[in-house]
Design a binder for this molecule. Structure first.
Ligand SMILES: Cc1ncc(COP(=O)(O)O)c(C=O)c1O
Length: 392
């Protein structure tokens, strides 16, 4: 997922390494587009904090979006206290001990099962001004990788639509659907048709519907006007308040991870040991798996076994002892030398939120860069204390 990037204009020598850098210009472009979708279609758009929750840009985010969506108590607190606006919380498993605090932050609380709703209903409904909803599995598959398919068989996420009647929703005012992952418009169109078909019998019993995230709204070529018309038509016809909660689309192409080459070695191919790690700083690279693009290099297949004698093909990996801590294999015009900086593109979302310190690997610093003015601010650096503090 390369897309246009401004990062070729960034002087990486101005940064500590490793470092996540957010391009404020690109982030604002994404947010402006989402605001247009919201304004013209009448739907409300929330930032999914699970994907991106760097609150150094909270003011910018809240200028354009209606609020945030959380996956648990801590994100709910972060959304309410750092970002402001509406706070919609969903938890696949709500803990009874967390309910009182959750109700301080959340104005919408979405339960994952009727069992949880019925068990906690009495305690929940006393909370003034909180709207309760149910996660519903619309029974429509668009996601090929089971790791990211909320509608796969045996899914833990939500109640299958065909098992629900309108009467089951007594006391609830909305439903929440999330069935996409990095999809183009056509998948959304099919999903919405399936939602109407499979969940339509519930619409008379609800006031709002949250259609989740997983859509590449801010990717180049996305048919924004068609999307707006579809949303507007659906909203007006059903009379429902409609929410979307994108994460990726907010941060798309707005983040990079800058890293330094610590060592160059080789065996059946050339190797570089970086000061950033796939397993610690970009675990989706291993889980998905996928290979992040590198500025100025060609991304090669992950399953490449060897490249003997190819001095321009270099496999980049992390500084941990995990054998599979491989970021990717790339063809460079000029292979990076020890001390050189390498820019991994599109690593703003699902990266800083997932980072760990396995092997005592330091966390990447966080920096904000405005590609319009070249202003750069390092907003956070991490130290030994951040590693030690979690261990006892
Ligand atoms: C319930 C829910 N909402 C929103 C999102 C955000 O999706 P994305 O970042 O792909 O837009 C996710 C992602 O997993 C999700 O599970």
């Amino acid at each position: 997922m390369t897309g246009r990037t401004n990062f070729e204009r960034l002087d990486t020598a101005r940064l500590p390494s490793p470092c996540h850098v957010l391009d404020l210009a690109r982030l604002e472009d994404n947010l402006k587009l989402l605001k247009r979708v919201s304004g013209e279609s009448g739907v409300e758009i929330l930032l999914a904090l699970k994907a991106f929750s760097c609150f150094a840009v909270a003011d910018l985010v809240s200028k354009y979006l209606s609020g945030t969506a959380a996956s648990g108590l801590y994100e709910a607190r972060l959304g309410k206290t750092r970002f402001g606006g509406q706070m919609h919380a969903y938890a696949p498993g709500l803990k009874e001990a967390d309910i009182d605090e959750m109700l301080i932050y959340a104005d919408h609380l979405i339960l994952n099962s009727l069992g949880q709703w019925r068990r906690f209903r009495e305690k929940l409904v006393g909370a003034p001004g909180v709207h309760f909803g149910l996660r519903v599995n619309p029974g429509h598959n668009e996601v090929e990788n089971p790791l990211y398919d909320p509608c796969a068989p045996w899914s833990r996420l939500g109640v299958p639509a065909n098992e629900l009647t309108a009467a089951d929703l007594d006391g609830l005012s909305g439903i929440h659907i999330h069935a996409l992952c990095d999809h183009p418009y056509e998948a959304f169109d099919r999903m919405l048709a399936a939602v109407e078909e499979n969940c339509g019998h519930l619409f008379g019993a609800i006031e709002w519907i949250n259609l989740g995230g997983g859509l590449l709204i801010t990717e180049e070529g996305f048919p924004v006007d068609t999307f707006i018309s579809r949303l507007k038509e659906f909203r007006e016809r059903t009379g429902l308040t409609v929410y979307l909660e994108p994460g990726t689309a907010v941060g798309l192409h707005a983040g990079a991870l800058v890293s330094e080459v610590l060592d160059r070695t080789g065996n059946v191919g050339e190797l570089a040991i970086m000061d950033t790690s796939a397993t610690c700083h970009m675990p989706d690279v291993i889980e998905a798996p996928f290979t992040p693009d590198v500025l100025g290099a060609q991304t090669l297949p992950r399953d490449m076994e060897a490249a003997p004698g190819e001095s321009n093909i270099v496999r980049l990996g992390g500084p941990t002892c995990l054998a599979g801590d491989i970021i990717g294999t790339y063809r460079f015009e000029t292979p990076p030398r020890v001390g050189d900086r390498v820019v991994f593109l599109d690593l703003g979302y699902y990266t800083m939120v997932k980072a760990t310190t396995f092997n005592g690997t330091p966390l990447p610093a966080l920096a904000l860069w405005d590609s319009r003015s070249d202003a750069l601010e390092v907003v956070r650096e991490f130290s030994y204390a951040d590693f030690e503090g979690r261990l006892s």
